[in-house]
Design a protein around this ligand. Structure first.
Ligand SMILES: [Zn+2]
Length: 260
């Protein structure tokens, strides 16, 4: 059976001497992997039709028992080639696509994840990111896959915790713990100060990456956000700490005045 879908290219790896294995993110099928037979042959009809960060129209033979599907046709809808001319955008898009490939579900509707991916890649094609965009994306991705961290009320007793309080974020519970429950809790935690909580709350309501572009993190805020999302994605099996650290180190250089 042949299916047609819009798809973002997340990962391209060699498969045999002439073929590629391509991982896509789609709204209706979630994460999808296809073989592109003969992709590297000189006269392949697939040449130039897909690459990392592209949105494509993809026709593929679906395998009913799951596993790897076979691409039949592919055509670019939005190549986003300018990402390759902005080195910050390029390293950032590379990390975000790798993270999406790790945590997106297969055989499941992933419209929210797909919209987040395309909106963020569109932004990276126009602007060079600051480090806050990485944290904003990670928070929005957790929300999109249904694992939104609880930031307003205690994950143990459900009591609302005022925004002005510094609280531990329990990685085991996926949210904050109030002062009363804290003494009885023995789980690993990241300490969230009121300013970090306010930032996370603002980002959780902001669908556009522009808000993160306008956020400058202090070293203390950077440390807390870095640890928070690294451990959360580690629990999901989606963390790639080394890749993420290289990205954050790269983005920590001053943007300067000449960048868009
Ligand atoms: Zn509590």
């Amino acid at each position: 059976m042949i299916e047609k879908t819009e798809a973002v290219t997340l990962r391209v790896v060699p498969f045999s001497e002439t073929s590629h294995m391509v991982t896509w993110l789609t709204p209706g099928y979630g994460k999808l992997t296809t073989v592109i037979k003969g992709a590297m042959r000189p006269k392949s009809p697939f040449l130039g039709q897909y690459d990392l960060f592209y949105t494509c129209e993809l026709l593929f033979y679906i395998r009913s028992r799951g596993g790897v599907h076979i691409a039949r046709e592919c055509a670019p809808i939005l190549p986003r080639k300018s990402i390759r001319t902005f080195w910050r955008s390029s390293v950032c898009a590379s990390y975000l696509c790798d993270l999406l490939a790790r945590v997106s579900l297969e055989h499941a509707e992933q419209t929210d994840v797909y919209m987040l991916a395309t909106d963020t890649l569109n932004f990276l094609a126009q602007r060079q990111p600051r480090e806050a965009l990485v944290f904003w994306f990670e928070l929005r991705l957790l929300q999109a896959i249904g694992l939104s961290p609880r930031l307003d009320s205690c994950t143990v007793c459900r009591t609302n915790v005022p925004q002005t309080e510094t609280v531990p974020f329990s990685h085991q519970n996926g949210g904050i713990v109030c002062g009363s429950c804290r003494s009885r809790s023995n789980t690993s935690a990241t300490i969230l100060t009121p300013d970090v909580r306010a930032t996370l709350n603002a980002w959780s309501r902001a669908p556009s990456p522009r808000i993160a572009h306008n956020t400058l993190c202090s070293p203390q805020q950077h440390f807390a956000l870095c640890e928070l999302f690294d451990i959360m994605f580690d629990h999901l099996g989606g963390s790639n700490t080394a890749h993420r650290q290289v990205l954050l180190d790269t983005l920590s250089f001053d943007l300067g005045r000449s960048t868009p």
